[in-house]
Write a protein that binds this ligand. Structure first.
Ligand code: NAP
Length: 286
């Protein structure tokens, strides 16, 4: 039976440490959160981030636009936030509505305030091994592995998913930690053959329960990044969350596994708090 990679517990510990550090600052850091449209998952993520800010002593300011907002209006707000010395971090909740070019929007955020680590300058620095602000989810995954003393050096790591947000940056971080990395995606032939060779398997596809027991090597470390809302009319809530890994099946044969919810999600939020503090410090010459 696997050890659970308890992201919730580790994230609470990290946030307590951050709260203590923030309490010693002259001024409270401030995070601007920009939300466009009414996507229910995005709204939940934004409110979770705001609650976390409150918990650690970061001021959060929300800017909410309707789906049909013009790209220009959003760009103008971002420019204003960039110029405002009271704002230390800027986060644009993704995905943006289809008519907007996410790359162009993200590019507008000052790299110094880009707490999501998505700005091309920050991604470029990251690929060069000159990290400043790096994306929160892969950073959180790495921290989770380190907190459980999971060795990466010399290990075969397989990442399923190649998005800019998770797959590509976690592959970079694993390489940086001397793992040998294979990246799979929807066009990969014989996925099972690849995943079953992994010592460390990171799955970020958004396909519920894609990874079954027969796709995972016994004793592997499995990190499930996926979060899908599944309709469940038998329960009061109407939906439940599923990861990309068939947790009940897979947990029987692996050494470590992260649950959904309670694994990578809380770590992502904790890393956002950490990045906001880092941004504050670099803007204040600390
Ligand atoms: P994304 O941009 O949609 O990328 C999904 C990736 O999975 C793509 O590279 C896609 O391949 C690949 N893929 C899709 N179906 C596949 C299949 N059947 N076999 C192999 N690969 C497949 O998604 P994302 O932003 O990376 O997010 C992935 C999941 O993680 C989502 O459920 C998201 O909600 C979750 N997430 C969670 C957190 C958190 O903090 N917990 C943070 C970010 C994301 P192609 O490139 O070929 O299309």
């Amino acid at each position: 039976m696997a050890i659970i990679l308890d992201g919730k517990k580790i994230a609470e510990k990290i946030k307590l440490e951050l709260k203590e550090k923030i309490s010693r600052l002259d001024k409270k850091p401030c995070l601007a959160v920009v939300l466009v449209g009414d996507d229910p998952s995005s709204k939940v993520y934004v409110s979770m981030k705001q609650i976390a800010c409150e918990g650690v002593g970061i001021i959060s300011k929300e800017y909410h636009f309707s789906t049909d907002v013009k790209e220009e209006e959003l760009v103008n707000l971002l420019k204003k936030l960039n110029a405002d010395s009271n704002i230390n971090g800027i986060l644009v909740q993704l995905p943006l509505p289809k008519h907007m070019d996410e790359y162009e929007i993200i590019k507008t955020v000052s790299p110094l305030k880009d707490v999501d680590g998505f700005h091309p300058i920050n991604i470029g620095r990251f690929s060069w091994g000159r990290k400043k602000l790096i994306p929160c989810t892969p950073k959180g995954i790495l921290r989770l592995l380190k907190e459980y003393n999971i060795k990466m050096e010399g290990k075969d790591a397989v990442v399923v998913g190649r998005s800019n947000v998770v797959g590509k940056p976690i592959a970079l971080l694993l390489m940086e930690n001397n793992a040998t990395v294979t990246v799979c995606h929807s066009k990969t032939n014989n996925l099972k053959e690849k995943t079953s060779k992994a010592d460390i398997l990171i799955v970020a596809t958004g396909v519920p329960k894609l990874i079954k027991k027969n796709m995972v090597r016994g004793g592997a470390v499995v990190v499930d990044v996926g979060v899908s809302r599944i309709e469940d009319l038998t329960k009061k809530k109407g939906y439940y969350l599923s990861g990309d890994v068939d947790f009940e099946e897979v947990k029987e044969s692996v050494s470590y596994i992260s649950p959904v919810p309670g694994g990578v999600g809380p770590m992502t939020v904790a890393m956002l708090m950490e990045n906001t503090l880092e941004a504050y410090k670099s803007q204040n010459g600390e």
